[in-house]
Design a binder for this molecule. Sequence first.
Ligand SMILES: *Cc1c(COP(=O)(O)O)cnc(C)c1O
Length: 405
Amino acid sequence: MGIEFILDELHTLKDRTLLRECKTIESPQDPYIQINGKSYLSFCSNNYLGLANHLKIKQAAIAAIHQYGWGTGASRLVSGNMTPHQELEKKIAEFKGTRDALLFPTGYMANLGALCALVSKGDIVVGDKLNHASIIDGCRQSGATFRVYPHNNVSQLESLLQRSSMYRRKLVVTDSVFSMDGDTAPLPEIVRIARKYDAIIMVDDAHATGVFGKQGKGMIEHYGLEGKVDVIMGSFSKAIGSIGGFIAGSKDIIDFLKNKARTFIYTTALPPAVCAASLAGLTLIQEDASLLDKLWENIRYLKSQLSKFRNTIAVESPIVPLIVGSAEDAVNLSTKLYENGILIPAIRPPTVSPGTSRLRISLMATHTEGDINRLIDTLKDIGFFTYENARDSSAAKLQSDEKKH
Ligand SMILES: *Cc1c(COP(=O)(O)O)cnc(C)c1O
């Protein structure tokens, strides 16, 4: 009795190849990282623009430490609110084309706090099946009725909204770029339908910020939807290379969240140096267009190389899933890559649904063509492109397509 269940559960996870453990990175987050004294080529970081170890960002953080010290000592509403918080919120609002913005310690907390503040019992929240875990947790914890539509299925979204007239408030929430599949949401359609049924629209732009849009401002810029999305959520932890989450929106929404979002109110303010680093990241994206250009060059190059082997792998963003099937097979392939000096962990349930375990490639602007060639060659060497054991339907489909090819 007591805590024996813990050992049981750990054994069960291990038996199903679902046990997860952390690898320790002994170097900065660059394309080449060091683990156990050995160098590995990494294709699994969300550091899309390579800013996590950028000189200007490090300098900005160090300068802020000299000016403001490290800690904040209190929540924002008590006495933790400092100049860099204000500057960053102003900058992010300008970047996202909204009146105002609010920082949260992480993107996870931004989603949780905003959703729980905006809807509650008597309301309905409708979201894509593949939304990020932090959105799902927010939807569940809000107490609102929570309905899910099949991935990117806007007609199902519409029929859910059609049947929702008895609810007080309606909220539609979607990722703009889906974190484990790398595909994108049909935002203009979603916005049109949500408007038609008078629903609040919330978009999680975590993977699009610094990646999509001519100036890297995200999916709202990409589709020209400025002013049409009520709540834009994002994170500084991906392309911006820093840490922290945000909500951008109207002044009323931000004032409301300052008073109602528990993950904003009841937590200590981010260190000022973190804000200075995020601010420097945004400035770099605005000033140096070559970062974005290089990332998209790499995306196009990977796409062209992969299509020589499989023309069914969708490449829409820096996230490229190679669907394998079972967790065991995905782990085996990942281990083989690792033995060949390439780090791409297997993504398994519950992060993705059973039978769709995968190798999730993510690209950085700082990868070279040579790095991508090495990845393709290694995938070929370990037999990925002729892989016969994959059991799930999408991998089976990929294989039959390949035979036709
Ligand atoms: C990473 C991520 C988050 C959480 O952001 P953090 O800042 O890492 O907490 C939220 N939504 C999506 C879609 C993400 O990929």
